[in-house]
Design a protein around this ligand. Structure first.
Ligand code: ADP
Length: 328
């Protein structure tokens, strides 16, 4: 153990929210206290760093939050942190409060911000990946992804019930501006007839072919999952294009929206958040800094921020083939 490990650390949630943030906060706070550290929470993401919006925490402060969605610290986007002046103010607040190291629970943007901050100021920090999109390089899974998937699959199952009763075709739009991970996983788990993702060019004729095949086989319902960032447009636009060429079914569109960010984290997300929270504090104790902790092949790994922000996570293209085979 590093004898000179930080005695006072801060933990912050920044960027977009997702389920499992509270579980990660709890793990960081309890691990810090376990190792004799003082732990403070930073409110409102990087804005709270700039405004010195800090709250002292004890073990009780994080009681009964493990299962709650959202984040007890709130989260925010901060335009000021993108400026040299904003980061200077953040550094001044942090050092004035005697904070020696930080745990940043964030996404790609948050890591870009803290990577720049870490080059300017020597406050060690460790990142914990969270995003429902699961597109952060350096970890197989990010906190929030599994819960979002379970939410989507529950809804798709419900849509299937009503679609089947009325012989309808549904276009279901799920989150994923740049990544089709939610779409591909939920599409397979929900038995979707087609899955449209930003990573692959969408061809309307191909969708029409699939729908026509299903219609000829007398399928009583069909579901197409559309990632919000698909190149052919949003679910309404795709539905309109398809309708011009295939009009055998009564068609409906359902945009799932922000419900995908809420809710009680699943068991997998709670365990992942707990593992990563413990690993982050232990990394600081071990003298590591400016790295993100992640889980790869079920092992904890550390990846420097500089790699996380440029790395491209591999998309599981094999799942596209599986979806195609199973949607016959
Ligand atoms: P996420 O971390 O969920 O991807 P954002 O992309 O909104 O969310 O980033 C969170 C915050 O990180 C931003 O509001 C901003 O304060 C900071 N940030 C993002 N990109 C940069 C950057 N290039 N330079 C400095 N700070 C950044």
């Amino acid at each position: 153990m590093n004898k000179k490990h930080p005695k006072k650390i801060a933990v912050v949630t920044t960027g977009g929210d997702c389920p499992g943030l509270n579980a990660a906060i709890r793990a960081v706070v309890r691990t810090g206290i376990y190792h004799g550290m003082e732990v403070v929470g930073i409110m409102q993401g990087y804005e709270g760093m700039i405004n010195a919006d800090f709250v002292p925490l004890n073990s009780h402060s994080v009681s009964n939050i493990l299962q709650r969605g959202g984040t007890i610290f709130k989260t925010a986007r901060s335009e000021r942190f993108k400026t040299t002046e904003g980061r200077k103010l953040a550094y001044e607040s942090i050092s004035k409060a005697g904070i020696e190291a930080m745990v940043v629970i964030g996404g790609d943007g948050s890591f870009r911000g803290i990577e720049i901050f870490s080059r300017e100021y020597s406050i060690p920090s460790i990142g914990i990946p969270k995003t429902i999109d699961n597109d952060i390089y350096g970890t197989d899974y990010a906190i929030g992804f599994d819960t979002a998937l379970n939410t989507v699959v529950q809804v798709v199952d419900k849509i299937r019930d009503t679609a089947d009763s009325h012989n309808r075709l549904f276009f279901v739009e799920v989150m994923g501006r740049d990544a089709g991970m939610i779409a591909i996983y939920s599409g397979i788990a929900g038995g979707a007839e087609a899955i449209l993702i930003p990573e692959q060019k969408t061809r309307i004729e191909q969708i029409v072919k699939i729908l026509d095949r299903g219609w000829k086989r007398k399928k009583s319902s069909m579901i197409i999952i559309v990632a919000e960032g698909d190149d052919a447009g949003n679910a309404y636009e795709v539905a309109a294009e398809v309708k011009k060429r295939f009009n055998q079914y009564d068609t409906r569109v359902s945009v799932l929206g922000h419900m995908q960010r809420g809710g009680s984290p699943t068991c997998s997300d709670r365990v992942l958040a707990s593992r990563l929270g413990v690993a982050a504090v232990e990394a600081l104790i071990g003298g590591k800094n400016n790295e993100m902790v992640g889980v790869v092949n079920n092992e904890i790994v550390h990846t420097p921020y500089s790699e996380v922000v440029v790395g491209k996570k591999k998309f599981p293209y094999d799942l596209l083939k599986i979806a195609e085979v199973l949607s016959l």
